[in-house]
Design a protein. Structure first.
Lengths: 292, 656, 175
């Protein structure tokens, strides 16, 4: 059993409960123990535009909390994962920045030491748990579900920082989906952005980006759209109808978290995976044999 | 021991004189022990300067000379000649480098002059202890090896053969011709590539002085300038070269016909397992590709090998083995060419996603009338004639993540394609060219570019971020910086113009030949301006794209140049070798073989003396005088002539 | 008024340019401003078609030191930080990082912070997270809370005074 401090971030634990529920359900089955720690804060990546120093300091602070417990960190949200990874890279390579950032942590009795590893959802599922283990756990393989994957920009770029998959040809989600019986297919818009970060100041434009991508996915007749990021999922699933309005289209694309689909294939009851919280038309999928 | 030393100080115009007080230095030198005359002159390397030294030697009966001037890399060779002409042994000369190591490095004249004095003081102390040395004679094997049968290798081989030297031309593939043979037309004159190349290929075939070893690779290289021993692996062709008539019946008969990717057609055409790469191949003989031959791979080809049945000459021999041949040459000329960057590494450009994204060399094969489509331009995905073709230049070139350099042929080759495609497909064909800068630097290139500008072509100054495959067509967003607008190009065929890279095996190859590579992996010239065809290894020369990307014009010019450089050696029966090499003081050598491990030239071996003592022994013909063994020797047994410990120590003491 | 119209009035601010470049170097080992204007970034910019962001021009303006013009423009706030420009730049230039620097400078110099950023910042300051824990709707239109769903309490800073003290220190800092 490998142990990780789960760093929930903000969007997942305050509204994207389906992601959190499905993660908490599947991980023990995959021999991953998630430890909840007190005291975490926002990683500040979403407000990096306002003050980047804040992002470095808050990320370091969160890493330091896990380091105090001698735990590695699992950050399910790609945006958090980028913030923490970038912070680690800067602090591990730049002594001056390390000293400066650490000076802010002393009041709370924290210190960034660089001992904790930071893993993303794909690192964890694909590289640490591994395809073989996932294969073992599949009880109800998905039959030829034609899926479009959406990695989320922050999970794969910028590669200089060291991201979870190839920046231009990411395949780990595909590998996992194939393992559980789905049929992921290439589509030209695969690497496009959902626009979520514009929600703060240009929400209409953000939705237009979402709508444009989903419209193309719908045109290409995918059965489902699979993501791993609470920000993206909020756009594609929770706000799908509004996103459709921006591009004058009726969007009916079932959107699921990778972890939800994984849970279904492992035979976990769908209530436990938060499927009741997906607002996109997932009933079209006939998941688990019964109508949702 | 020299005790009549002359010190000659050069001003180097103002290069030295503006920072070092030359007059003061001359006066100082006069007072040094052993010095009987000291003089200065504005340019010591000039004729007048040389005569000044010669006259002083004669007049003062000098037995040693110190020249304070620029780096010995510049003029040591010149001055050795001068000293020798004056009557002093060429190796009783010591250079004090007061330019690169003093005047150029400092501003403060007083302190620079003091440093110059120290350098001269050190040089004089060494000059006192220098011994006269004799150059040894090397008999030259007056034959040449040319590696690589592309246009550069062909030109070099012909030049050397015409000079009367025996030339071995080693080519890795079944035929000579190289990249140029793959091209349809050449820029900017639009000469038919084959038409100007094949006569030269035939000349190679027929020249009495040239021995062509095709389908052969270099196994090892030993020896040094004037005398190289090269082992060549002649790969089995499984076809008897003497019997094969090149009729091609076997190629037609082969069960694998149209099943094997043709290297010559860059994978867009197919060939048989037994093949002749192209109709004008030299030698015009069939070769069996053992990785794809059913008989050789599985020991069985249907009910019997069809090629054997088809061959009237009975030339096919499945039992043929690789053969090792040893050749002895005096000089080696390397012309191994380039590879193309695999555009898959710029995944965003869709080379992996669509058959309709091809490289410029693949387009070259489509355009060629002897190509897989007989010159018909098609979309590889469906065989349709394209209505719109888009070129993307600088794919991986000028790119810090891929190749930092410019490929030097991409712009011109794309412009040439625009012309040829318009000619073939009519003016209706939509031609788009996405460029970063058009580099049309050669003779007639800019004029060619102007001609293309007069044709109906869309030039976009910008680089696409990605190519998207929308099934029935490809789409590209490109921001054009000339109009400040984003254009969405919908196109049928995308042609990527990839970077030129060193041959994939160039690291291994360079190691085998003991020649250097530059940081980019291309083979390194001894001097970028003054010795562009030499390597640092005596007797080995480079030409063409193995040195750096270049066009046909430059490759041919460089090949002829390199051949002339090689002929410098081959035209002499005897070479004089530098005597500044290392030797072993047998009394101190323990036979530990540390020197052997550091020698880059395989010049040292362990031998047994009569009393059974193990000793290191230096092969004088191979030693390049680098000094690595001397520095590594734990007992001081290894010494270098002209740089012996007892000569260097006083020099260091005096200088510091 | 677009960003280019304004530039003709600009004067080069070399000090600010230097500061931005140093800041970028602290964050990114390999950053360069050796841009040769191939505009690969703009060709693929997620915000370009919709909001006219031109990353190659941002870099060109930075190189010329015309920073005020950018800091005063709304255009810098249209970046979605998809990182494609940084990922694909052939010269290791990172327009997205330049934009972060410019936005930080705009905020520090007292420019109006657009949209919800102030509220998000306020929320982080008051409780450590971007937003309050929400109740959400289910597919059958029922409102549920975290607790209803059996999820544990959300992790937040425990000592608010100390946490806020830290934030107030950083608020005036820049990278």
């Amino acid at each position: 059993m490998k142990k990780y401090a789960v760093y929930p971030g903000c969007v997942m634990p305050t509204e994207q409960y389906a992601y959190e529920m499905s993660i908490r359900e599947i991980m023990p089955h995959l021999d991953i123990e998630l430890v909840d720690l007190k005291g975490f804060s926002c990683c500040s990546e979403p407000i990096k535009s306002v003050n980047q120093m804040l992002t470095l300091a808050l990320s370091a602070r969160n890493i330091a909390i896990a380091e105090k417990e001698e735990l590695d960190i699992f950050a399910p949200c790609p945006m958090c994962h980028l913030a923490l990874s970038d912070c680690k890279r800067v602090l591990d390579t730049n002594l001056m920045m390390n000293k400066r950032v650490n000076s802010y942590l002393t009041d709370e009795g924290l210190k960034y030491t660089g001992t904790a590893e930071i893993v993303s959802i794909l690192d964890l599922l694909h590289d640490i748990v591994g395809i073989d283990k996932i294969k073992e756990k599949v009880k109800k393989p998905l039959k030829d579900l034609k899926t479009a994957t959406h990695y989320g920009c922050h999970l794969i770029r910028p590669s200089e920082i060291g991201r979870s998959d190839d920046a231009e040809n990411p395949q780990k989600m595909e590998n996992i989906l194939k393992t559980i019986g789905a049929k992921p297919e290439y589509y030209p818009e695969k690497l496009d952005c959902c626009g979520a970060l514009l929600t703060a100041n240009l929400p209409e434009s953000a939705l237009t980006k979402t709508g444009q991508k989903l419209q193309r996915v719908q045109e290409q007749e995918f059965d489902a759209f699979i993501d791993t990021c609470p920000w993206c999922h909020r756009q594609y699933d929770s706000k799908q109808i509004k996103a459709g309005e921006t591009v004058a289209a009726k969007l009916e694309v079932p959107v699921l978290y990778l972890t939800q689909l994984l849970g279904i294939s492992m035979g976990i009851p769908k209530e436990k995976l938060g499927l009741n919280l997906n607002l996109s038309p997932i009933e079209k999928l006939n998941l688990g044999g019964k109508k949702t | 021991m020299s005790n009549k030393i002359g010190v000659f100080v050069c001003h180097c115009g103002i290069n030295i004189a503006s920072t070092v007080d030359v007059k003061e230095l001359v006066e100082y030198a006069k007072k040094l022990k052993g010095v009987i005359v000291s003089k200065d002159y504005k340019y010591m390397c000039s004729d007048v300067g040389g005569n000044l030294i010669k006259d002083s030697i004669k007049k003062n009966k000098l037995d040693g000379v110190v020249i304070a001037c620029c780096s010995p890399r510049m003029h040591e060779h010149t001055f050795r000649g001068v000293v020798e002409a004056g009557g002093v042994n060429a190796f009783n000369l010591e250079i004090a480098n007061i330019r690169e190591q003093c005047s150029w490095a400092h501003d403060d004249k007083t302190r620079a002059t003091e440093k110059a004095k120290a350098l001269v003081r050190g040089a004089v102390s060494k000059a006192i202890l220098l011994e006269p040395l004799e150059r040894s004679k090397i008999e030259v094997t007056q034959k040449a090896l040319v590696i690589g049968g592309g246009i550069a290798g062909i030109q070099a081989a012909l030049d050397l053969a015409e000079e009367g030297h025996k030339v071995y031309l080693v080519e890795k593939t079944p035929s000579i011709g190289g990249r140029m043979a793959q091209l349809d037309k050449t820029f900017p004159t639009l000469d038919c590539s084959g038409c100007i190349l094949t006569p030269k290929m035939m000349e190679i075939n027929n020249h009495p002085n040239i021995e062509l070893l095709s389908y052969s690779e270099i196994k090892s290289v030993e020896g040094s300038i004037g005398n190289y021993t090269v082992k060549v692996n002649k790969k089995a062709k499984f076809v008897d070269m003497d019997k094969c008539t090149g009729c091609g019946d076997c190629v037609e008969a082969c069960r694998m016909k149209d099943h094997v990717n043709s290297e010559f057609d860059e994978g867009i055409g197919k060939r048989s397992s037994i093949y002749i790469p192209f109709p004008q191949a030299v030698p015009l003989k069939a070769t069996i590709d053992k990785d794809n031959c059913l008989m050789l791979k599985r020991g069985k080809c249907g009910t019997g090998a069809l090629c054997v049945e088809a061959c009237e000459a009975k030339a096919i021999n499945f039992k043929q083995k690789d053969e090792e041949v040893e050749i002895k040459v005096g000089a080696i000329l390397v012309a191994t060419g380039y590879d193309l960057l695999d555009p898959t590494s710029l995944y965003e450009y869709g080379y992996d996603h669509s058959k309709d994204v091809i490289t410029s060399l693949q387009m070259e094969r489509l355009i060629s009338t002897s190509g897989p489509t007989n010159g018909e331009i098609i979309r590889p995905s469906n065989g349709d004639k394209p209505k719109s073709i888009t070129y993307i230049l600088c794919v991986g070139s000028r790119d810090e993540k891929e190749c930092t350099w410019c490929c030097r042929i991409g712009c011109m080759s794309a412009l040439k394609h625009v012309y040829l495609l318009k000619e073939k497909l009519g003016d209706d064909i939509e031609m788009n060219v996405c460029y970063t800068d058009i580099r049309s630097f050669g003779k007639g290139y800019e004029e060619f570019y102007r001609k293309i500008r007069s044709m109906n072509t869309n030039f976009f100054r910008g680089r696409p971020s990605e190519v998207r495959n929308l099934g029935d067509h490809l789409t590209i967003d490109i921001f054009d910086t000339t109009t400040n607008k984003l254009f969405e190009i919908n196109t049928d065929l995308v042609v990527l113009v990839p970077a030129l890279i060193p041959r994939v095996d160039s690291d291994d190859f360079a190691r085998k030949l003991r020649i250097s590579q530059s940081g980019d992996g291309f083979l390194l010239e001894a001097h970028p301006k003054l010795r562009p065809m030499d390597t640092f290894t005596g007797g080995i020369f480079i030409a063409g794209c193995c040195q750096a990307p270049k066009d046909i014009q430059d490759s041919v010019a460089q090949a002829s140049g390199a051949a002339a450089r090689a002929a410098n050696i081959l035209s002499k029966k005897v070479l004089e070798a530098e005597p500044l090499i290392s030797y072993v003081d047998e009394d101190y050598c323990s036979g530990c073989s540390t020197c052997i491990s550091v020698c880059a030239y395989n010049a040292i071996e362990l031998v047994k003396r009569e009393d059974d003592k193990q000793l290191a022994k230096v092969n004088e013909a191979l030693c390049m005088g680098c000094g690595a063994c001397v520095a590594s020797c734990p007992s001081g047994a290894m010494q270098q002539k002209g740089f012996k410990d007892y000569q260097l120590k006083p020099m260091i003491e005096e200088t510091v | 008024m677009t960003i280019t119209d304004l530039t003709s009035m600009g004067e080069s601010q070399t000090e600010l340019k230097k500061e931005i470049n140093e800041r970028l170097q602290r964050l990114q080992d390999e950053i360069s401003d050796y841009c040769y204007q191939c505009a690969k970034c703009t060709s693929g910019c997620e915000a370009h078609k919709l909001l006219e962001l031109e990353p190659h021009k941002i870099v060109a303006l930075l190189k010329k030191g015309l920073i005020d013009e950018m800091v005063n423009s709304d255009v810098i706030w249209t970046c979605m930080s998809c990182f494609k420009c940084r990922e694909r730049c052939p010269q290791n230039v990172a327009p997205v990082e330049v934009l972060f620097a410019l936005k930080n400078i705009a905020v520090a110099s007292g420019q109006q912070i657009p949209g919800n950023y102030t509220a998000m910042l306020q929320s982080v300051l008051s409780m450590g997270l971007l937003q309050e824990v929400k109740n959400v709707l289910t597919r059958d239109n029922k409102t549920v809370s975290r607790t209803n769903l059996g999820l544990p309490e959300v992790s937040k800073p425990t000592d608010h005074t100390k946490f806020q003290m830290m934030l107030s220190k950083i608020a005036v800092e820049k990278v």
